[in-house]
Design a protein around this ligand. Structure first.
Ligand code: SAM
Length: 276
C-alpha cells in the first residue's frame, strides 16, 4: 500500500474501532486540510527529525510524512493506535518509526539525532508536564509546534501584568520565543472538546541555562506565583532571606510576581542558583 492508497482517517478510525478515550486525552483531527495546515506551521522540515507525540489515528502523522522531513518518530501510549499506524509505516518505508510508550518517559535527544523538531496535537491531560520537560532540554531542539487547550496556550504566551501571566509564561518565554499561531474551535476535533484549542510555536533561545539554573527558575517561579496576590518579600520567603535576594536583584519587595519581566525572573533565578 502506498500513501495515496490509504483509507480516509474516518474509515481508519471506524475499521479499527478507535473510539476516543477521555482518559488518554483523545480528540482526533480527521480533516487532512487542518492537519496539513498545522504541519505547515512548523516551518522548514527538510532533513529534520520530527518527533510526534500522540499520533492517534495518524492525521497529523500523514501530513508530516508528506513533508520532506528525514523521518517521523511517533510516540503513542494507546496500543490500539499503534496498530493503526503500522499500515502508515508500511506505506512510508523507513520514514515512520512508532514507539509505543509514555512520552513523559522519553528523552527527545536520545530518540532522534539533530536537527529535531517536536510537532504534536498534545493529550491535554499531560500537556503541561510534557512541555516543562521539553523546555528543560530545549537546547537540543530546533523548535516545537504544539497544540494545547487555548487557555494553556494563552498562559504560555502571556505578557506581564495580565491575569494569564504565570509560572508557565516565564518558563516558556525564558527558554523560547513563543508565538500563538492558530486557534481552532471544538468542532475541528472528533469528538469535540469542551473548549477551543490553539497551536503555539516555540523557537529555543541559543543559551542553555543547564539543569541547576533551570531548577532554580522552577523554584523561584513556583514560590512567586504560588502566592501571586502577596508582595514578593512575603511570597519568596520559602527561598530564604527574601529581602536580601530582592535587594541584590534590584527588585522592590513590595511588587507582586505578575509585574516582573522574564529578565527580572532570570536575575532572581541566577541568585537562587548561586546560593545553592
Ligand atoms: N495526533 C492525533 C490527532 O491529532 O488526531 C491525536 C491527538 S489526541 C489529542 C492525543 C494523543 O496522545 C492520543 O492519541 C493519545 O492516545 C496520546 N497520548 C495520551 N497520553 C500519552 C502519553 N503519555 N504518551 C504518548 N501518547 C499519549
Amino acid at each position: 500500500m502506498t500513501g495515496a492508497d490509504l483509507p480516509s482517517l474516518r474509515e481508519t478510525v471506524a475499521r479499527h474501532g478507535l473510539d476516543a478515550r477521555k482518559s488518554l486525552g483523545q480528540h482526533f483531527l480527521l480533516d487532512p486540510a487542518v492537519c496539513a495546515r498545522i504541519a505547515g506551521l512548523a516551518g522548514a522540515l527538510d532533513g529534520r527529525h520530527v518527533i510526534e507525540v500522540g499520533p492517534g489515528p495518524g492525521g497529523l502523522t500523514r501530513a508530516l510524512l508528506a513533508s520532506p522531513a528525514a523521518e517521523v518518530v511517533a510516540v503513542e501510549l494507546d496500543r490500539r493506535a499503534v496498530a493503526v499506524l503500522a499500515d502508515l509505516a508500511a506505506a512510508h518505508p523507513g520514514r515512520l518509526r512508532i514507539v509505543e510508550g509514555d512520552a513523559l518517559k522519553v528523552d527527545p535527544a536520545a530518540l532522534v539525532p539533530a536537527p529535531r523538531k517536536i510537532i504534536a496535537n498534545l493529550p491535554y491531560n499531560v500537556a503541561t508536564p510534557l512541555l516543562v520537560g521539553w523546555l528543560r532540554g530545549a537546547a537540543a531542539l530546533e523548535g516545537m509546534t504544539l497544540m494545547f487547550q487555548q487557555e494553556v496556550a494563552e498562559r504560555i504566551c502571556a505578557a506581564p501584568d495580565t491575569e494569564a501571566y504565570g509560572r508557565l509564561s516565564v518558563l516558556a518565554q525564558w527558554r523560547c520565543r513563543c508565538e500563538m499561531l492558530l486557534r481552532l474551535p471544538p468542532g475541528a476535533f472528533s469528538p469535540p472538546p469542551k473548549v477551543w484549542s490553539a497551536v503555539v510555536g516555540f523557537t529555543p533561545h541559543a543559551e542553555d541555562p543547564g539543569p541547576a539554573l533551570f531548577a532554580a527558575m522552577e523554584r523561584t517561579t513556583a514560590a512567586a506565583f504560588g502566592q501571586r496576590r502577596k508582595m514578593l518579600r512575603g511570597a519568596l520567603k520559602s527561598l530564604g532571606n527574601a529581602e536580601a535576594l530582592l535587594a541584590t536583584a534590584g527588585i522592590d519587595g513590595a511588587r507582586r510576581a505578575e509585574t516582573l519581566s522574564v529578565a527580572e525572573f532570570d536575575r532572581l533565578a541566577q541568585l537562587v542558583a548561586a546560593r545553592s
